[in-house]
Design a protein around this ligand. Sequence first.
Ligand code: ZN
Length: 380
Amino acid sequence: TLYHTYQKQTNTWAATLNSSVKSDVFFAKARHYSSALEASLDDDRVPLRVYDSLIETVHEFLPQMHRYIQLRKKALKLDELHMYDIYVPIVPETTMTITYEEAKNMVIEGLRPLGQDYINLLQEGFTKSWIDVYENEGKTSGAYSWGTYRSHPYVLLNHQDTLDAMFTLAHEMGHSLHTYFSNRSQPHLYAGYKIFVAEVASTLNEALVMEHLLETTKDAKLLAYLINHYLEQFRGTIFRQTMFAEFEKKIHLVVEEGGALTAEALSQIYRDLNAKYYGSEVVLDPEIELEWARIPHFYNAFYVYKYATGFSAATAFARSILDEGEPAVNRYLEFLSGGSSDYPIELLRKAGVDMETPVPVRNALQVFAELVDRLEKLLV
Ligand SMILES: [Zn+2]
């Protein structure tokens, strides 16, 4: 029903997206860049190699994605798996209630590998009212972390007693402590950090808490639920955002080569990418071709790949912190203290994560493959 409404204005959506792409291409040419992609990445001084390497490495792991889809089809006992079945939980929702007090303890336990200095600051945040926890009349929805250079960070939450809310707490405190470390170490000018690195700090916390839970959970049902949750994060953050990134690259190329983006052309490119990413086990209904029409991020081109690179870098950090311990923690805290004192790629490289190589993305997707194995065994 949703897509049928988009269908009615499909030519309008194509015209607006075409205009947006044309404007990207115009400004890139006017400023003598070789492509709109290069112009956009230059804002963060990210080499083209990083973008292309992300796409290539995700392609390498598409067979793992297809394996996950097969497992999903089997677990849901479906003869045909449609795109809308991808969003249904494989494992029944748990009735797990986690109070705010318990959530704080789970976050502390999960983040212990980051060392006592980090834990002390976390506890300071918890006890010294950095956080506005519950829903309230007139309060905005969602969650975020904010602050000024001279204040400690502040966190807005709308805590519900769920597992997701516990992860949100871990996530937002990741942003807060990133801000705290950068403000403490950098002059005002260099304290603020770029989006490219921001989601590394928050996602790393979620990854560490998740690894801790996977390590300590005994109940098979709960374990399957946690693994499914983690797999969905990989699917939504690495695979889906990279598919978007590839779509953006392709549609800009069409315009750069003098072509026009008609509704048919956009739908064709989108459909082919879905077929490639999700594999032959998914029945592609015609409606999914129109998904491009409802993604607002496409009007802010070449942005979403940062979700995929950030998640990969965070997974790489989490693994090295758990495997190596202190030296990896020190490199990571150095990174948190970096603010914008160097370009994002350099800050990460100094901390041991080189996004110009396929290694971080490959390591992250290796974790995805292992999780599919684990879930497969649990669901038998
Ligand atoms: Zn965030």
